[in-house]
Write a protein that binds this ligand. Sequence first.
Ligand code: ADP
Ligand code: MG
Length: 346
Amino acid sequence: MTNITVCSRFRPLSSKEKRVHGDSVCIRNMDTETFIFKDEKEEELVFSFDRVFYEETVQADVYEFLALPIVRGAVNAINGTIITYGQTGAGKTYSIEGPSILESDDLQKGLLPRVVDDLFECVKSADESDKYTIKLSMVEIYMEKIRCACPVSVFKIMIPLDLLDLTKDNILIKESKVQGIMLSGVTEIFISDPAEALQSLSGGIANRAVGETQMNMASSRSHCIYIFTVQLELPDKRVKTGKVILVDLAGSEKVEKTGAEGKVLEEAKTINKSLSALGNVINALTCGPSTKASHIPYRDSKLTRILQDALGGNSRTALLCCCSPSPSNAAETLSTLRFGARAKHI
Ligand code: ADP
Ligand code: MG
């Protein structure tokens, strides 16, 4: 049975939003779990989540509530996934990376560098007889193709050009009884300390940005997935595995039906399809023990298939619904909040 935590996070108003609407916001803070949302017609709706993070929330609070239990679980062979959902500009990447993965101060440091730090802390403080290895990989899903944002080859060897070639989709999803879902063709690197992990991740993130200009592909049109695999070899040689997966989803905004055509429309349809597949899987999982594993539609998208073992089975999932507080984004915010509410109770 999946244990899902759903939170919403409102970033501060942007300067552009302030220029248009002044200081007005579409939410009214009630308490740490509940707020009132004013929709486009000025109607008031009440939303409740496991936790609401308002604009003054610091990154450490989000981390402690959402991610720390998942990191601790992974060290004990329980898989966990942290997903950021929301329209482009709502704060998904800020929540995961912070302003910069390498240079952020402690106040702004995102979930990803904190996961790295604490994963190593947990492993270090484990019994000496426990042998841990931590592996890291980072992939992107664009138009249902999995692309390796292969950190090590980017950072240390210089980037082979074929890594930027989206037509190269030779990364396959495989499933093994022992190891669960695996990606073949993806570089997995062993990391031995937090600094090394962050260097490699920053290489992967830079690669994503390079890809963006060369292919005119905005990162908001792809899902970015960070996978930490923690393996524990017990004294009796049995191996236990736990994963921490962070997912920076593609923007959930709706594309104007009339305006969009060609590539933009195709991208929008593909994103929409994978985000609804994710919603459907989460709903099926939280439906209760009566839902048989065979009825969970993991295979409807690459995203849900990659996340299969991290979402289902003995696992924890945290969904962070990122929102703008501006009335100008009320329609998109409402759709994000509804996604979160559906994930929680159906
Ligand atoms: P997304 O990844 O959802 O498209 P970003 O994370 O890139 O959105 O955020 C858009 C902008 O808002 C960025 O300039 C980011 O620094 C800023 N921002 C987002 N969330 C916060 C926050 N909680 N506090 C301060 N600035 C934020
Ligand atoms: Mg982003």
